[in-house]
Design a protein around this ligand. Structure first.
Ligand SMILES: Cc1ncc(COP(=O)(O)O)c(C=O)c1O
Length: 398
């Protein structure tokens, strides 16, 4: 009987040799063989079917990382999953595997800062040109496609400003033009959206976030279809990207409760937003929380759930008072990353796009004067306490 993905996540791996409900953490550099003949046989098998097992040497993984690959393969409905030591490694792996001198890379303007930086700054040194399109305009994307476009890189929803795009339109255009497609799906996770099913060639998640869920591990997961597999495997092996067995174990452990945690993040987020939505200093909440929210329809069309990360747009003439609001929050940590058990708050500086300021700058998002974007991650605390904390600290905004 085919089991649901919720059940699958509770039972993906056992270590029968140790009678443990969890897999063993196999830290390995050298993998031992009984004879040279066995080693040759093994390598022959790997060459024949690279998607099944490639641990003839620790750089290509151990049984623990392969357990994780197999879980994610099922979750993503992927041909293969490449694991990297950080989420960003997975983004770099996709780009560096597929883009070559003379190519163009079309990137959504709202992608994660370092994704923008590698596209705009590093790739130009390799004669790959990055073009940024307006995430709110499919026509803009279409008009920027050229004969040289090798890959379209989308993040849905976008970092900090949370625009949702019409994903199937993008994949259908790309297929016609023979362009590779990549989706950063860290926000929705493959539990709520399966990018490969919509036609993307690559589905990426920073495993550091919801997969691990406990703010104590880093990793990336690049799930791919058959079309791009060989090219990515070629670069993966030669670049030395890998995930450690310890991180893989923590991520396997995190995945067991992914569905339960995401449900709770969503329930808490709805309650917090219900409080924030009528606050007079908050001009807008960038999250699909009601049918009239921007992009609600696009979210509903593609996602079977929502998670705990969103931004609020605060209207204030005094930026220092917005900073005071953040500083005075008791239960919201101030720091990078998200997707763990805990609530976080961060002021996002997206306005300026000075020369050499690649990381956060936005070309298309329209800011009014005196608007400030604060990104909140709603954790697993009691939402009543989070609301109280916000209520007290919002008073500082002038
Ligand atoms: C949307 C998104 N993609 C990719 C990354 C990079 O992941 P990592 O921090 O695991 O390198 C992040 C990190 O914040 C992110 O928010």
């Amino acid at each position: 009987m085919k089991k649901s993905i919720r059940t699958f996540l509770k039972h993906p791996t056992k270590d029968n040799s140790n009678r443990s409900a969890n897999p063993a953490v196999i830290r390995a550099s050298t993998i031992l063989f009984n004879s040279m003949q066995e080693l040759y046989q093994h390598e022959k098998k790997i060459k024949k079917n690279q998607t099944i097992s490639h641990y003839s040497y620790g750089r290509y993984g151990s049984s623990t990382t392969i357990e994780l690959e197999n879980i994610l393969k099922e979750l993503e409905q992927a041909y293969h999953v490449f694991l990297t030591g950080t989420g960003f490694g997975g983004v770099a792996l996709a780009i560096m595997s597929l883009c070559r001198p003379g190519d163009e890379l079309l990137v959504s303007d709202n992608v994660y800062g370092p994704t923008k930086e590698i596209s705009e700054k590093l790739l130009s040194e390799f004669k790959v040109k990055a073009k940024f399109y307006n995430p709110d305009s499919f026509n803009d994307l279409k008009n920027k496609v050229s004969k040289k476009t090798k890959m379209i890189l989308v993040e849905n929803p976008g970092s900090n400003t949370f625009e949702f795009q019409d994903l199937a339109k993008i994949t259908s255009l790309a297929k016609k033009k023979k362009i590779f497609t990549f989706l950063d799906n860290t926000w929705g996770t493959p539990l709520y959206l399966k990018p490969l099913k919509i036609g993307f060639d690559m589905s990426f998640s920073s495993a550091t976030k919801y997969f691990s869920g406990h703010s104590d591990a880093m990793g990336g997961s690049l799930a791919v279809n058959k079309k791009v597999f060989k090219k990515i495997m070629f670069f993966y092996k030669l670049s030395g990207y890998r995930m450690s067995a310890d991180e893989a174990y923590l991520i396997i452990r995190g995945l067991r409760t992914l569905d339960t945690r995401l449900n709770q993040h969503y329930e808490n987020t709805k309650k917090v937003i219900n409080f924030l939505k009528s606050h007079k200093k908050i001009k807008e909440i960038l999250y699909p929380y009601k049918p009239s929210s921007k992009n609600y329809k696009l979210w509903k069309k593609y996602y079977s759930g929502a998670t705990g990360l969103f931004s609020i747009v605060i209207k204030s003439k005094k930026k220092s008072s917005v900073i005071k609001f953040i500083n005075s929050l008791e239960l919201f940590g101030i720091g990078y990353s998200w997707g763990g058990f805990e609530s976080l708050a961060l002021l996002q500086e997206l306005k300026s796009r000075k020369k050499n300021e690649y990381i956060q700058g936005r070309k298309y998002y329209r800011f009014d004067d005196n608007e400030h974007i604060v990104r909140l991650h709603i954790g697993l605390e009691d939402p009543k306490d989070l609301i109280n904390d916000l209520k007290i600290s919002l008073r500082y905004i002038k």
